[in-house]
Ligand binder design. Structure first.
Ligand code: SF4
Length: 141
């Protein structure tokens, strides 16, 4: 499921990424694995890059990149690393992978599988950031 494809915020983030560092665009490739699409992957150095407008949800951004790294490792890619860029702040956050991160990601997957198997949807969390989330319609319909 890729609700992000319809999100204006995601589209803006992609444009920020494309036009902030145009001289770097050559090395990045789009990489599709089952169920996910990584917009920026450097296959020479095994680097995943995410470009974000604001660090307001930095914890979620780091979780996203950790999940990507997990998927890359399970697909047989060696020692991938992640970089999150906030061009407006000229700030970069490095994301590394470890056995502990793998364990953490596996626990998220287990939690998600439990939620998916529930007969009822979980209660609405009503957070302000939901309004700008790409999955808003799905959660609040
Ligand atoms: S809209 Fe749904 S997926 Fe998005 S942050 Fe809120 S609860 Fe999470």
């Amino acid at each position: 499921m890729r609700m992000e494809d319809n999100s204006s915020d995601v589209a803006i983030g992609q444009l920020v990424g494309k036009y902030t560092y145009p001289h770097r665009s050559q090395k990045w490739r789009e990489l599709t694995l089952e169920g996910i699409k990584i917009d920026h992957f450097d296959p020479k150095q095994n680097i995943v890059r995410e470009v974000k407008k604001s660090p307001k949800l930095e914890k979620a951004h780091i979780a996203q990149v950790r999940y990507y790294l997990y998927r890359l490792v399970t697909a047989g890619i060696k020692d991938p690393i992640g970089v999150i860029e906030y061009p407006r702040l000229k700030r970069t956050v490095n994301v590394t992978f470890s056995d502990k991160v793998a364990e953490e990601v596996r626990s998220w997957i287990t939690d998600i599988e439990l939620i998916v198997r529930q007969k009822e949807c979980p209660p609405v969390i009503s957070k302000s950031y939901c309004k700008r989330c790409a999955y808003h319609d799905f959660c609040y319909v």
